[in-house]
Design a protein around this ligand. Structure first.
Ligand code: PLP
Length: 512
């Protein structure tokens, strides 16, 4: 393809994108296809002779789009939103146009410096402490592909930090004073097996996955429904003390701001206080979904911003969820950047550069697992500049407001209850028929399973169910996750009507 052909195909592609967005709300939210639908339509091998772009674009429309679940649809209320915006698409297109793996500053200075700029803009917008600013030269931020990668990366940094500390046989208990010397192999081998990670039963599966990938144990501490499924200090302390009595070493704790199931906010200060007794422990705060809402000053107390600023070693939030930026764009902040560089700086001769050697620039390869990296900051820059922090906040407030109005509708309904307090733009509900005799959770779980089954069989709505595990019971419920950039009150009303009608129908047959 030459430049003129690209120009034509590019215009045609943008036209196709515009047509898609103009028609998105008339499409079903969920793809109406069966497993294998695409594999069966595609040839087993790539074509020997190149095909025209027109032909390929036509196949995108006829073969691919039917198999797309429309996350940008106004009625997409499953999981959490993964907002895209035209602004971020344009930024991403330009990033691809200068495609480069920007791992060292010298590889593309603008990639590194724009990233430093936008992570700092975002940190300031969220109210993170100055220590997390890249300009502080102590901590800083980096953009990764996912909250899972952020947590795994933080866990690896924490493991390295703990092993260093242990290799100094206790050394200083001040986390920041861990020296950067090599860890003897025997210490690495003996201590590694004793390291334990902690989270709660509500921690995203990224915690258990990170532990599995590192070959370590993950302890999921039980939470109580009375605490709204948030992790408290006392049960964590009990779990840690039990492990320590058996010779284990606590090294990494994941606290969540906005758990996936119900949007619970863990008690960061209580957790941080527990960890004071364990100099090897590192606190990672996973705020993948809710973290961007720290941009709203009136949410900062609920989301325990001050506690994050005081206690977190690292903090992650995804701009690619509620934050208007096309997947992928996960911001990960660290209090002490040496935790990253001590773990990830492995520099053969061919990766050295004058600027890197001088220590005046960041080479982001030393803050992450991979070498190469995407130029993700460009799309976030486009979003932050075009929306401004005011527009960004307005979008967040809109999702919260719609969710508040939905909460009002659910409260008026006789057959549904709100299971946990509404968290920002997330509402967790369940079918609970009014009844003169008590109905136990087991039976309600079956009813709600039926409701989920009925809703899942439809393609005009898309919700996810969850099971809330606590020390008291296991409760099956439905999550309604608002915050989509294109969601209107009408979308919310229409989806609620479907849920309520289907729920009422189930209740009628249940009573018969
Ligand atoms: N953490 C929380 C609290 C989440 O809700 C999610 C996904 O919804 C994740 C982490 C995983 O995010 P990612 O896909 O970026 O790894």
């Amino acid at each position: 393809m030459d430049i003129e052909q690209f120009r034509q195909a590019g215009y045609a592609t943008v036209d196709a994108i515009c047509d898609y967005y103009a028609s998105i709300d008339s499409r079903p939210v969920k793809a109406e296809v069966q497993p294998g639908f695409l594999i069966e339509s595609l040839p087993p091998s790539a074509p020997a002779r190149g095909e025209s772009m027109q032909h390929i674009l036509a196949d995108f429309q006829s073969l691919i789009l039917p198999g797309i679940t429309h996350w940008q649809h106004g009625k997409f209320f499953a999981y959490f939103p993964a907002n895209s915006t035209f602004e971020s698409m344009l930024g991403d297109l330009l990033a691809t146009s200068v495609s480069n793996p920007g791992f060292n500053w010298v590889c593309s200075p603008a990639c590194t410096e724009l990233e430093q700029c936008v992570v700092d803009w975002t940190a300031r917008m969220l109210g993170l402490d100055d220590v997390f600013l890249t300009s502080s030269k102590r901590g800083g931020g980096i953009i990764m592909n996912s909250a899972s990668e952020s947590a795994l990366t933080a866990a690896m940094a924490a493991r390295e930090r703990s092993l260093r500390w242990l290799s100094q046989e206790g050394g200083s208990s001040e986390a920041g004073s861990v020296p950067g010397s090599d860890i003897p192999l025997d210490c690495r081998q003996q201590s590694s097996q004793k390291l334990v990670m902690y989270g709660s039963t509500q921690t995203h599966s990224l915690g258990a996955k990170a532990a599995k990938l590192l070959g370590l144990q993950f302890r999921a501490v039980a939470v109580s429904a009375a605490d709204d499924y948030a992790l408290r200090g006392a049960p964590l302390r009990d779990a840690i003390e039990t492990d320590v009595a058996q010779g284990m070493i606590p090294f990494f704790v994941i606290a969540t701001i906005g758990t996936t199931s119900s949007g619970a906010v863990d008690h960061i200060a209580e957790i941080g206080e527990v960890l004071r007794a364990y100099p090897t422990a590192f606190l990672h705060v996973d705020a993948a979904w809710a973290g961007v809402a720290l941009a709203l000053p009136d949410q900062r107390k609920n989301l325990r911003l001050d506690q994050v600023n005081q206690y977190a070693n690292s903090f992650c939030t995804n701009a690619h969820k509620w934050g208007l930026t096309a997947f992928d764009c996960s911001l990960c902040y660290i209090r002490d950047r040496r935790d990253f560089t001590d773990a990830f700086d492995v520099t053969p001769h061919f990766l050295r550069s004058k600027e890197g050697d001088s220590g005046t620039v960041i080479d982001y390869r030393n803050w992450q697992i991979a070498l190469g990296r995407r130029f993700r900051s460009l799309k976030l820059w486009f979003v932050l500049r075009s929306y401004g922090t005011d527009g960004f906040k307005k979008h967040l407030s809109n999702g919260i407001e719609l969710c508040g109005r939905l909460e009002g509708l659910v409260r008026e309904s006789s057959n549904f209850e709100i299971v946990t307090p509404r968290s920002l733009a997330l509402l967790v509900i369940r079918l609970k028929p009014q009844s003169e005799v008590p109905v136990f959770d087991e039976e309600l779980n079956l009813l709600n399973q039926r409701l989920s089954g009925v809703l899942n069989a439809r393609s005009d709505v898309f919700l996810t169910e969850t099971m809330l595990h606590s020390t008291e019971s296991d409760i099956r419920c439905l999550r309604i996750a608002l915050g989509g950039a294109r969601t209107t009150w009408r979308d919310v009303e229409e989806v609620w009507e479907v849920i309520e009608t289907e729920g009422n129908r189930i209740v009628e047959t249940w009573r018969e």
